[in-house]
Design a protein around this ligand. Sequence first.
Ligand code: ZN
Length: 475
Amino acid sequence: MEVDLIVGLEIHVQLKTKTKMFCSCKSDYFEKNPNTNVCPVCLGLPGALPRLNRESLVQAIKVGRALNFEINEKSRFDRKNYMYPDLFKGYQITQFEFPINTNGYINLSSGKRINIYRAHLEEDTAKSLHEKDCTLLDANKAGMPLLEIVSSPELTSKEEAKEYAQKIYNIVKFIDASDCDMEKGQMRFDINVNLNIKEKEKEFRTPIVEIKNLNSFRSLERAIEYEQERQLEEFMEKRIVLEKGNKVTRGWNDTLGKTIFQRNKEESDDYRYFPDPDIPPISLDSDFINKALDKIDILPQDALDKLISEYKLPKESAEFLTEDKIFYNLFSDISKKYTNYSTLANWIITDVLGIINQSGSDINCLNKGKFVEILNAIDDKKISVQSGKEILKESILNKDFNVSENINSSLLVSDDSILDNTIKKIIDENSDLVEKYLSGKEGVLSFLIGQVLKEMKGRADPNVVKEKLLLFIKK
Ligand SMILES: [Zn+2]
């Protein structure tokens, strides 16, 4: 028996706009008191008329380009009719027949192309808060602009699904179309999973299961893994196969690590889609599309290519720096003043981001001019790499820290006799360790180097210290 996994992904991305999609309520509803960020339009009160936010079109066009879509000049909003407590109007405004973006794709690292059917605009619903014996509703996010990115079911493992989702996350974030903060619900995944089973020359497909609203890459992977096993077991036991009408929705319980049956999935006929009479069809001219595209200064793939071909960075460093636009911008800015590019990349990746992650400080705390001053001082052999790292750390953690002064007080001692005398002193004080070293315990050498550097208050080059130490020990 041969079992193949079939996964399709629908990714909901909350687009970055100042206001909601069809009204002037602000988009920064997060942590506001429930139902305070609302108006008659997003509450769906009778007679209230929606007006389309142009910014949501701009963001959708940007994503369209970045994910290789055909951006359609003509698209339309439809009403998707269904009853659910978080949908006050009884219908959702979405794009059914004529979405703004169609036929896109991205390539996975293996080179496999994943086709993306469409990316359509729609409004978000209210938030349900399930209490013990009731459900509370908060309409602050109702009417937020979403882009639903629908892949073709070409993903064949949980790893592929995760990589696909991560790539979309990186790309959408890079072009600043969304912050994609999953904790804030700005990116959510719906997955469609089933199996193709080959058994004794026959092929079977298990019913498609949809799992909605996954909010992390980890739960995405776990839900697929669980469903793959469950469907196989169910097939072996009940032999139920895919047919029209037996698609189901199951919910993911992260604590139990299980999917749980929720309801039979509606077919699209059940939604009674029809064109929204309140919103005129969208007709984009090339000028509007070009202006939207101008807002992308560089696509992530182009940025990656640039770092590798122009700046000659190793692929891993280039990939790291293009994971986040902030890293890329940082590198690009500083590279105008400091041209030892691979050194710069290493310092940003290892030291700057290391300090920032460890201390929880903001990347804006890095003063680029001072950073370059430190790098130059190291290159000119004025200070040791170690001193440079310490000065960098202090300068990030404390904005009043005086970098120039600290470079001056950390200058490498140029007088050889001072270093020589210090090394001799450390050798005399640690004669037992020197003997250990001579008897083959090479590990003690780094301790001795450390002692010398300490005595020199960091104002010696560790490589020079090592060389001299070896020379003196052998004398
Ligand atoms: Zn509103």
